[in-house]
Design a protein around this ligand. Sequence first.
Ligand SMILES: Nc1ncnc2c1ncn2[C@@H]1O[C@H](COP(=O)(O)OP(=O)(O)OP(=O)(O)O)[C@@H](O)[C@H]1O
Ligand SMILES: [Mg+2]
Length: 452
Amino acid sequence: MNKDDRSTILVVDDEHGVRQSFNMVLKDEYNVLLAGTGEEMTEIFTKNSVDLILLDILLPDGNGLDLLANLKETDPNVEIIMVTAVNDVQAAVKAIKLGAYEYIIKPFVVDEVLTVIKRAFEKRSLKKEVAYLRNELERYQPFEAMVGQDKKMLEIFDLISTISKSDGTVLIQGESGTGKELVARAIHNRGPRKNNPFVVINCAAIPATLMESEIFGYNRGAFTGASNTSIGKLEISDKGTVFLDDIDSLDINMQAKLLRIIQEKEFERLGSNKIIKVDVRFVAASNKDVNIMISQNKFREDLFYRLNVFPIKLPPLRARKDDIPLLLNHFIKLNAQNSGKPPKKISERAMKVLIDYHWPGNVRELQNLVERLCTITKDIVIRLEDVAPDNVNKTDIKDMTLKEAVSLFEKGYISETLESVSWNRKKTADKLGIHRNTLLAKTTELGLNSLK
Ligand SMILES: Nc1ncnc2c1ncn2[C@@H]1O[C@H](COP(=O)(O)OP(=O)(O)OP(=O)(O)O)[C@@H](O)[C@H]1O
Ligand SMILES: [Mg+2]
């Protein structure tokens, strides 16, 4: 093995003879460094990358146990094996409690020393492997609640991991139901603020007149009806994250005030002059194209740039069709866990219709549909007739063009009829009151042939 690839062991013992014997035993397999005092050890330890230390409990300038605690604090990955001349079990037990891997008693038996060292290194590599696997697992399903395998989503997961470690503002844009709030929570939960509050300010739900008191809070008597002092959401979220949901709905005057807060990180409660400093991270979300709003003078450009330090654009579900089966199965599993019933299965044809569907309400619509299907479907299998046409969200038809709505209805109705007569084309055409050729043209146009 190349000398540089070998592990490094630091032997700390005040007896020259002991140091030399360890050196003799170890030098063929490891890089060995020697220290006679605690001071020497500290110097060598800070200048070299040390993997394992053989540490004498009694040193002329200190106690090995005290040194052990410091070493572990400096580098939690270093393995320490205590060496003691006397059979001082008490000190050895203490050492292990403080994080030492093992202890050996002088005079030592060579094979025993080599075995203990080998085991310590094995534990180290296992620890590394666990950390690596955990990391891989997180990459595959990075956030407990978020699933996705589409390339765009994987990129977003990576982005979330990176930006969660910083404090820059984030602007998440995406259609309704694409998972903006979930992303905001993931950013918070993965970062250093995770044990502090995640506070949602819903800009669309709070009337403009109440927004200021909601955000800044107020002192008693600040306005008629302010009978108590109330702490605003900014103060509550100190050291945490503020999620400004539907930021596009924020009144233009409030936009200016918000800009100031993001810049200065300070504000006053209504009816008070006292400046309150806060340490918050801002994450905003919008399902509108904010750039268009800027061009219409409905959104301040300077605020946009302040928020858009880290932009995240969530693609609509129809642009990541690979995720549809994954999400369907994810929600079916969740539903089964909650209801205590076995998870439903989806027939191939039903799956095909769901993958083809354009999901105007995105993941939320899909989640609601699964909820409904799991409740109303008696059979363990969810079939084509269960998903079309009525059960695919009727209310969302309002977002479609007439042509899209008609196609969706036709597709559901024709496939249902086909299904009812076991895909006998003639019987279907008869039932529908159309010619067989018309049926053929329709099934081709609607992509129904591939379902059979
Ligand atoms: N990738 C995903 N994996 C699992 N569940 C998801 C995913 N994306 C969204 N969801 C779920 O879909 C629902 C809608 O997500 P969320 O509330 O985050 O969307 P949104 O973009 O904030 O929607 P809106 O604009 O309507 O507020 C939630 O129940 C959320 O848990
Ligand atoms: Mg939302």
